[in-house]
Design a protein around this ligand. Structure first.
Ligand SMILES: CC(=O)N[C@H]1[C@H]([C@H](O)[C@H](O)CO)O[C@](O)(C(=O)O)C[C@@H]1O
Length: 204
């Protein structure tokens, strides 16, 4: 099995974490077009996949980068994509996904978190209707299991799925990540939140 970490700021690249990840993965690759990142990655024993210009853009979806990677590593059967935008990735969650996919019971496994959110859909006439609940029986968090929401921490999958243009397919399994660790960094504000959470965790 190969692990591959994608993006600009590698997740969990401290030595003990990487060492533990090496127990799961045959190889860990960091896909980047940044020289500084590449130098840093190699210090930790991961390998660097130089991203093509085409796949290193702001708009390129992850699947494009995976296809590019697989063109050079066609022999990989199972791959784990770790998105560096999830800074609270833990080896325990990866281990759970790993165990699920090697059990043979799943063709793909990805991370989710649980939410108790009331969704509404707006209509063109300016009204709005409830999506996942009944206004006459508004569920309280206490009486409702909530819903699973994808969080982009990781995606493990049989590479054969890529031929069908998907990362999630066949028998799809999931690993539930606690909300506290599910933050994804998309904006400057998310980054500030991540820093604040890290400071709080360090202080505890
Ligand atoms: C594997 C995959 O599809 N990754 C995609 C993620 C996940 O959809 C998201 O992390 C889930 O929460 O979103 C993006 O980063 C985004 O919308 O900018 C694009 C990226 O290609």
């Amino acid at each position: 099995m190969y692990g591959r970490i994608r993006g600009k700021y590698p997740t969990g690249l401290d030595a003990p974490n990487l060492q533990r990840q090496h127990n799961l993965f045959h190889d860990i690759w960091v896909s980047t077009d940044g020289h500084e990142i590449a130098d840093e990655v190699e210090k930790f024993g991961a390998r660097v996949h130089g991203r093509d210009e085409e796949t290193a853009t702001y708009y390129a979806p992850s699947i494009l980068a995976i296809k590019e990677f697989l063109q050079k590593h066609g022999d990989i059967e199972v791959i784990a994509l770790l998105q560096c935008t999830s800074p609270f990735t833990k080896v325990d969650y990866l281990t759970e996904a790993f165990n699920k996919i090697i059990s043979g019971e799943y063709d793909s496994v990805f991370s989710v978190t649980r939410q108790h959110k009331l969704f509404w859909t707006p209509h063109e006439d300016g009204t709005i209707i409830p999506d996942n609940f009944d206004v006459e029986n508004r569920p309280r968090r206490q009486d409702w299991a909530g819903q699973l929401v994808e969080t982009g921490m990781f995606y493990f999958f049989q590479t054969s799925l890529i031929r069908h243009n998907v990362l999630q397919g066949g028998r799809i399994g999931y690993v539930e990540v606690p909300k506290d660790h599910s933050l994804e960094i998309d904006t400057e504000f998310d980054l500030q939140v991540a820093r604040a959470i890290s400071r709080i965790s360090e202080g505890s």
